[in-house]
Design a protein around this ligand. Structure first.
Ligand code: SF4
Length: 301
């Protein structure tokens, strides 16, 4: 196997950080653009009927202006809160619900603004996933393995493989011809449930059955963006898949990024290396046979 040079890894990390920053910049630009559109729209609503309102009641234009002014202030407050949150990586005072606001309000608006400026949808979605991940990282705590869920798309499975994995991942023969084998290894190593979904409905059913506190999901930009929206307020950390054969066919994933995310969200006390080692395992590691006394205790037990 070709050895990876340190300089290559550093270069890769640098590029990765640059891509992350570019995604954040795009997101901030789109959010600011969307907010400007909303404010202009509100100003338009304010100016047009103001003359006619005076005929209804002398106070009517003032009450109406106050309402629209409050809405404008709300948009400015929410936008600056979100941008500051993205830039400083912390939930500022009274901005703890930023992820909900981003998902419910800003993503549809950003998509609209992006369409006006001809920005591809997948670029917008990928910048949304990046910002969502940052917000999730800043907001959630650490979890037990049973509170986490690894949710994978079925296109990771080799297209020629006949095993049905949707109902049970254990149907995989672990032949190593597709990433599912390594994923099962990762799920066993960390003790986290692994599920494969063929679509949104099955993904939702898995989430309802398992009731996780955090989902680590791998998918394309479209599925991740819609999955994050669908499962809100449940936090989802999204990882983009690789598609060397085009969409939905024999896809792959950055396994090291997934493992890094698992360790980021898992309580360190539950890391495999920090779990208490059982007597049996110690014996296996040492390669020793159980003593007669231990064997007797085991038999009685
Ligand atoms: S590892 Fe082998 S058996 Fe398992 S899903 Fe992939 S191709 Fe099928």
């Amino acid at each position: 196997m070709k050895e990876l040079k340190l300089t290559t890894v550093e270069e890769f990390d640098r590029e990765d950080i640059e891509v992350g920053k570019a995604k954040k910049r795009l997101f901030i630009g789109l959010v600011a653009g969307a907010a400007t559109f909303v404010i202009l729209f509100l100003l338009l609503i304010l100016i047009l009927p103001i003359i006619g309102l005076a005929n209804i009641h002398p106070w009517a234009p003032y009450i109406f202006s106050l309402m629209i002014g409050s809405l404008i202030l709300l948009v400015v407050w929410a936008t600056s809160g979100l941008i500051l949150n993205i830039l400083f990586g912390r939930s500022l005072f009274m901005f703890s619900r930023m992820r909900g606001l981003t998902i419910r309000l800003f993503l549809p608006l950003m998509t609209l603004v992006g369409r006006i400026f001809g920005i591809p949808k997948d670029r917008i979605r990928s910048s949304f996933v990046k910002v969502n991940n940052d917000l999730v990282e800043n907001q959630v705590k650490r979890f037990q393995p049973k509170e986490l869920l690894l949710l994978m798309p079925h296109c990771l499975q080799r297209s020629k493989c006949k095993m049905r994995l949707t109902y049970s991942i254990n149907n995989c023969k672990r032949c190593g011809r597709c990433p599912i084998d390594d994923l099962i290894g990762l799920s066993e190593h960390y003790g986290i449930h692994l599920a494969i979904a063929t679509g949104g409905t099955i993904a939702r059913r898995i989430v309802v059955q398992r009731r996780p506190k955090l989902i680590l999901a791998v998918a394309c930009e479209r599925d991740l963006a819609s999955g994050i929206q669908d499962t809100y307020p449940l936090p989802v950390f999204g990882i983009l898949n690789f598609r060397p054969n085009g969409p939905c066919l024999d896809t792959n994933l950055p396994l090291d990024v997934l493992e890094e995310a698992i360790r980021r969200f898992m309580d360190p006390r539950c890391y495999p290396e920090n779990r208490p080692v059982s007597l049996d395992r110690m014996r296996l590691v040492k390669g020793g046979e159980p003593s007669a006394e231990e064997q007797q205790t085991k038999n009685i037990g």
